[in-house]
Design a protein around this ligand. Structure first.
Ligand code: CP
Length: 318
């Protein structure tokens, strides 16, 4: 594997999931693979799970790990080619990416969208520039439009908890008071579509359609109750409108997931990438039900999704 910034970097997804499940059984088996190699983790935005699990994944492989909060601690970077840098941007990505590549054998980046200009966000300005100018492999730790490490962890979790060969997975929009990106949902859809082992249904209020190039071929059911019928997994996530990009629309709080809704499922499991707002996105009666809620186990799998990706990249550069 050369880079890991989207589903396009995965050759055989179901095999990658199996390898991650096996890796979880003996996480220190490859503890010498990353010896004398450095993972650089660059954060433009906050994180709990991604930061800790990716560091742990690097340590499990014997890597050294450097973490930089570039948004607060680094020089403001210029991304525009040919820019006259007489304003607040002190360093160009051309130099920064090459310099970081000298210190780090793998560069992982977290960068959220601005949610103002859809075309700009969907061009992935930060990740694309690092891929262009860095000489080290690039891993997305959530970018403007995707969160592939999360989606891989989600698929690992589904593989572990499924009780039927091809489970029904429902991605449901859930309410949230803030404007959130489509990144987690985009990657979730892409990964579920690429896997041969799941049936995906998406449910959301009208006006919250995701990018149709990503959801093409997926059943969309606007009636949340109907979508939940017979579901084996409910994956809740808020996302802001793709169509009315960057605009705060009507938030229908009746879409919150509670135990009454979960009862319509096939004894379904509840998933969410976390962090989650209790009693806004999902009710306490679901979150506190250990038979339903597998979000903690899902978060644990973030280590193994990162570790299998770093292992594949290290195997390619050593
Ligand atoms: N799910 C996830 O990426 O969590 P963090 O934002 O805490 O890293």
């Amino acid at each position: 594997m050369k880079n890991y910034t989207s589903i396009q970097d995965v050759e055989n997804l179901d095999q990658l999931v199996q390898e991650a499940v096996e890796l979880k059984q003996s996480p220190f088996e490859h503890k010498h693979l990353g010896e004398n190699k450095t993972l650089g983790m660059i954060f433009y935005n906050p994180s709990l799970r991604t930061r800790l699990s990716t560091q742990r994944a690097g340590f499990n492989l014997g890597m050294n790990v450097i973490v930089m909060n570039i948004g607060s601690d680094g020089w403001a970077l210029e991304f525009e080619d040919g820019a006259v840098m007489n304003s607040n941007k002190a360093e160009h990505i051309k130099e920064a990416a090459e310099v970081i590549s000298q210190y780090c054998d793998v560069i992982a980046i977290r960068t959220f969208p601005e949610l103002k200009d859809r075309e700009l966000d969907y061009s992935e300005p930060v990740i694309s520039a690092f891929k262009k100018y860095a000489t080290a492999p690039i891993v997305s730790m959530e970018s403007a439009t995707g969160h592939p490490l999360q989606a891989l962890a989600d698929l690992i979790t589904i593989e572990e908890y499924k009780i039927v060969e091809k489970p029904k997975i429902v991605l449901t929009w859930a309410p949230h008071p803030k404007l959130l990106p489509q990144a987690v949902s985009n990657s979730f859809v892409e990964f579920m579509k690429k896997s041969d082992k799941v049936d995906l249904v998406i449910t959301h209020p009208k006006g919250y359609e995701l990018d149709s190039s990503k959801t093409e071929g997926v059943t969309i059911e606007y009636d949340q109750d109907k979508a939940f019928e017979g579901a084996d997994f409910i994956y809740a996530k808020n996302w802001s409108s793709y169509e009315n990009y960057g605009q705060a629309g009507e938030v229908d709080y009746s879409w919150m997931i509670d135990e009454a809704k979960m009862k319509k499922t096939n004894n379904g499991k509840f998933m969410h990438c976390l962090p989650v707002r209790r009693n806004v996105v999902v009710a306490d009666d679901v979150m506190d039900n250990k038979d339903r809620n597998i979000t903690i186990q899902e978060a644990n799998n973030r280590t193994y999704s990162a570790q299998i990706v770093l292992k594949k990249i290290l195997e390619n550069i050593t």
